[in-house]
Write a protein that binds this ligand. Structure first.
Ligand code: ADP
Ligand code: ZN
Length: 618
């Protein structure tokens, strides 16, 4: 955009001419209006909700340069590349660039030739950067990933605290803090620490309707993962595992099974990590198996699944990590397996972290919330949104609980057998032995203890071991049983007022058990993807795209991206390609009406796309 300062274009015009979008989404219009008018604010919006436009458009509408503080260099470079494609004059200033690039950016900045400049907080606060900025016309300050200022948030960065100086040094310039983390405490922290307490808060719904949540009990995570991935070959995704060894092993297993899978963790050297990141960003079908070291700052829009083979450390982290799927609004799946082994390990991590006791207590509480989520027998989305203080009236219809209602079953009889087994064996054994007793196993421990003589021996053949173990876990979760840490996790009766009616037959119990082992291998993963795999959140009528034409467009895009050294989605998003392949605009005028096609892209790519559509349509 080469707008002279005197002419201030209207936000809607910028939205359509620069970004190629027809309408604002959710609270975007209100936020943009507020900031264009000179207001500061805190914006809470989920990943993929469209935070960037909330400051990019005001930066283009207000005189001066918009200054964006972002903690991640990879993200910065991508955003700058995407903006340049759209004809916006943008640059970044960060530590990974050479002095010439930095000098060129400063020169452009001083000459008033930049609409937006992206800076890391370190850069902004170092040397005389603030003094130099103070001499220039500044349109606004945008503080991205603003939760980094809060210790309560999950990604505290001490240097963010110093961003409070912006309020003192630039009292008349709008400041916009943005985050995808919404819990109340983090929110208040951000407002206080960035001096936004008197300013507006814009809170978008945190629901990500295009994400399907599937939570499974852990059986054999490697095999379960492969069953989940089998119908998804060629799709881009992230698999999170806790340890480096596990990441390496899973990546190898997947590669051996024919998936384009790469490992990523902090134990790999810098060069290797960048190479993996590059492949993930530039190709559309790469799976990255990673520790949590991977992900912050990935704004690849076409991630189709996020899988967790180990529990994340909190529900916030889960939400953030799964939120990396489906930023483009098309369907994505968040799949997670969890097992009883995850929890003690995570507790130990917290204990060994060296944090203050108060911080440890916070972390334990967060882990509890996550465990509650995995054990919920109500809609996952309701639990997840509830955690962020949002209530969803109806079950979502797009999570495992909603999609597989048949899996909630009357387990009264089985629960009574389980409780009897606890009682008859003296209320001192863990689930493993109790399951052996119930299924009538011939173990040495049983023979030594003489438990084959008990009335409960072998009375539980209707469930398999995995189902029994799950039942015991859930009996603990519901308080019917207590796991006694003083006795190596031996189980005894919990709340008598719950236990007695159940044993007497005056109460019933409904829980979800895993599928029997026989049926488990095929899993219901393929089914869930068939039913929901092509659902699009905004329903843009791209469903009838000709697959061959779509492939031709993707090939063309890859070539364009490669020759310019940018990620493919920076050229056009999947959504745009799908719309092109289904609507097949015959001329430039109708091409301009396609989502994501602004003036600059129409000028650079219009003719080539039309030519491709003409041959592809023949
Ligand atoms: P966030 O930073 O909140 O995660 P982004 O700003 O990256 O989200 O936006 C997510 C995606 O949604 C991007 O592909 C963006 O181009 C698209 N988007 C944002 N706002 C709109 C809109 N009003 N209309 C259509 N697409 C939009
Ligand atoms: Zn649901």
């Amino acid at each position: 955009m080469s707008t002279a300062p005197a002419i201030t274009p209207a936000p809607l015009q910028v939205l359509s001419e620069v970004f190629g979008y027809g309408a604002f989404r959710g609270p975007q219009a209100e936020i943009v209006g507020h900031v264009v008018g000179g207001g500061s604010a805190l914006v809470l919006m989920p990943t993929g909700g469209g935070k960037s436009l909330c400051y990019q458009i005001p930066a283009l509408c207000r005189p001066g340069t918009g200054v964006v503080v972002s903690p991640l260099i990879a993200l910065m470079d991508d955003q700058v590349a995407a903006l340049r494609q759209a004809g916006v004059r943008a640059a970044a200033l960060h530590s990974a660039q050479g002095p010439e690039q930095a000098q060129a950016a400063w020169r452009a900045l001083r000459a008033g030739e930049l609409d937006l400049v992206y800076l890391s907080p370190e850069r902004l606060l170092a040397g005389d950067c603030l003094e130099r900025l103070a001499e220039l016309p500044i349109a606004l300050f945008a503080i991205d990933e603003a939760h980094c200022v809060s210790q309560w948030g999950h990604d505290f960065r001490p240097e963010y605290l110093q961003l409070a100086v912006l309020a003192d040094r630039f009292p008349t310039i709008p400041r916009l803090a943005l985050t995808a983390t919404a819990d109340g405490r983090t929110r208040e922290d951000i407002r206080e620490r960035l001096r936004l307490t008197d300013d507006r808060v814009f809170l978008a719904s945190f629901d990500r309707p295009n994400i399907t949540y599937l939570v499974r009990e852990k059986e054999g995570p490697g095999a379960q993962l492969q069953a989940f991935l089998a119908p998804r070959k060629g799709e881009a995704g992230i698999v999170y595992a806790r340890s480096r060894q596990r990441v390496d092993r899973l990546a190898q297993e997947l590669a051996a099974a024919g998936f384009d899978a790469l490992a990523y963790h902090a134990g790999l050297d810098h060069q290797r990590r960048s190479a993996v990141l590059e492949r993930f960003r530039r190709d559309s079908g790469v799976i990255v198996v990673a520790t949590i070291a991977f992900g912050m700052g990935i704004d690849k829009p076409d991630v189709r699944f996020v899988a967790h083979v180990d529990l994340p450390k909190s529900l916030e982290a889960y939400y953030q990590e799964t939120g990396r799927g489906g930023r483009d609004g098309l369907a994505a799946v968040a799949w997670m397996v969890h097992g009883p082994g995850d929890v003690p390990q995570l507790r130990r991590f917290i204990e060994d972290s060296g944090a203050e006791p108060s911080q440890k207590a916070i972390e334990h509480g967060k882990l509890d919330a996550l465990i509650g989520f995995t054990e919920a027998s109500t809609c996952r989305r309701q639990v997840l949104l509830g955690h962020f203080g949002e209530s969803l009236e109806q079950p979502c219809g797009n999570c495992d609980v909603c999609l597989e209602p048949d899996r909630c079953q009357d387990v009264t009889e089985a629960a009574r057998k389980a409780l009897s087994a606890v009682y008859r064996t003296g209320s001192r054994f863990g689930a493993a032995h109790l399951v052996d007793v119930l299924v009538g196993a011939n173990s040495e421990k049983i023979r030594v203890l003489g438990h084959q003589e008990l009335s409960v021996y072998g009375i539980g053949k209707e469930l398999d071991r995995g189902q029994w173990r799950s039942l015991f876990r859930q009996l603990v979760a519901t308080g019917l049983l207590i796991s006694d840490p003083a006795h190596q996790g031996g189980l005894r009766f919990g709340d008598r007022e719950q236990v007695s009616p159940l044993l007497r037959g005056d109460a019933t119990l409904e829980l979800r058990l895993p599928l029997p082992k026989r049926e488990r291998r095929q899993g219901s993963e393929a089914g869930a993807s068939r039913r929901f795999g092509s659902a699009s959140a905004d329903g843009n009528g791209a469903g009838d795209a000709d697959p061959q034409l779509l492939q031709a467009l993707k090939d063309w895009r890859r070539e364009q991206a490669r020759s310019q050294g940018v990620p493919p989605y920076v050229v056009f998003h999947d959504r745009t390609l799908m719309e092109l392949a289904s609507r097949r605009p015959p001329d430039l005028a109708s091409l301009a009406g396609v989502t994501g096609v602004g003036k600059a892209k129409l000028a650079s790519y219009g003719e080539a796309v039309l030519a491709l559509l003409a041959t592809g349509a023949a």
